[in-house]
Design a protein around this ligand. Structure first.
Ligand SMILES: O=c1ccn([C@@H]2O[C@H](COP(=O)(O)OP(=O)(O)O[C@H]3OC[C@@H](O)[C@H](O)[C@H]3O)[C@@H](O)[C@H]2O)c(=O)[nH]1
Length: 312
């Protein structure tokens, strides 16, 4: 919008929130449509960022059929829209297409190691078939596609109850509750800050790279190290609590970003601690907001008719 583009946001608010975009409402380049991409959409656009789908494991596992519909029928609808209006479509794919990887770090030419009938399959396989659909539309119908494989991302405007590790640990640390580590905590992840991802998505959309590109920050940590880091940054005395391992949890994950560097001139620039401090600040404000804005119904005053005294 700041570059002069007209932006239409389409959301069914399953995991999104109006509050995340309310500061744009009224801007002449902004429009918000309450719509589920599982239903067809008829609008005129030049570029489609197809970001729809719950992304947090608890959210996408909550209703696996809906997750599958969003990633399959939703993607078909968006590709159909792209074909009809001649738009370019960018698919938000995921590092989860690599499953529990046997190649480390993960390069784009790795085919992945996914359990097709496990609890994560609705998302992993949903995104894999979404990629397949993009390339079928490209080959058969000439639709221009871009595929971003997004690695773990965090930042302000994440939902506090999102259920992913960053929001869980920050909330737990702030509230003095134990930080819940699933399994031994030796599994690794590499976290990128949201503004780096947004820059990568825009660079990819406007590039001529139609094959998949990893977008992530390659700085890798174990989840246990990550718990300690957040505890220290929050200044919290919370304990660390080990819970049972999540089924099919990828044990190692780190993007190889050579392709993005070479072909998009992109790499993440926000250091992990700086990004985490921004997220911690946001969650502190969110907790204050919640405390001040909870709707507590006021008791109705008794209606007393004038001129008459009530006796019990
Ligand atoms: O409270 C928690 C939450 C999570 N974890 C662990 O922390 C690691 C990261 O878990 P998250 O839920 O944040 O995210 P995951 O890496 O499992 O999945 C994510 O992958 C990349 C994206 O496509 C998605 O955002 C999401 O599916 C996992 O090993 C998980 O078991 C904890 O130890 N404690």
């Amino acid at each position: 919008m700041m570059d002069g583009h007209e932006v239409t946001v389409v959301d069914n608010f399953f995991t999104g929130r109006k509050r995340n975009v309310e500061h744009w409402i009224g801007h002449e380049n902004f429009e918000l449509i309450n719509h589920d991409v599982v239903e067809p959409l008829y609008i005129e656009v030049d570029q489609i960022y197809h970001l729809a789908s719950p992304a947090s494991p608890p959210s996408y596992m909550y209703n696996p059929i809906k997750t599958l519909k969003t990633n399959t029928i939703g993607t078909l609808n968006m590709l159909g829209l792209a074909k009809r209006v001649g738009a370019r479509l960018l698919l938000a794919s995921t590092s989860e297409v690599y499953g529990d990887p046997e190649v480390h770090p993960q390069t784009e030419d790795y085919w992945g190691h996914v359990n097709p009938i496990g609890p994560r399959a609705c998302y992993d396989e949903g995104k894999r078939v979404a990629e397949t659909m993009c390339y079928a539309y490209m080959k058969q119908e000439g639709v221009e596609v871009r595929v971003a494989r997004i690695f773990n991302t965090f930042g302000p405007r994440m939902h506090m109850n999102d259920g992913r590790v960053v929001s869980n640990f920050i909330l737990q640390a702030r509230q003095g509750e134990p930080l819940t580590v699933y399994g031994s905590g030796s599994q690794t992840r590499a976290f990128q800050y949201v503004s780096d991802l947004v820059n990568g998505l825009v660079a990819l959309m406007n590039s001529n790279v139609s094959s998949p590109v990893n977008l992530g920050n390659p700085e890798e940590h174990t989840i246990l190290e990550f718990a300690q880091l957040i505890k220290n940054l929050v200044g919290s005395g919370s304990e660390i609590q080990f819970l049972s391992e999540a089924q099919d949890d990828p044990q190692k994950r780190k993007p190889d970003i050579k392709k993005a560097k070479l072909m998009l001139g992109w790499e993440p620039v926000v250091p992990l601690e700086e990004g985490l401090n921004k997220a911690i600040h946001y969650f502190r404000k969110e907790l204050e907001y919640q405390a001040n804005n909870q709707y507590i119904p006021k008791p109705k005053p008794a209606r007393v008719k004038k001129g008459r005294t009530r006796h019990s």
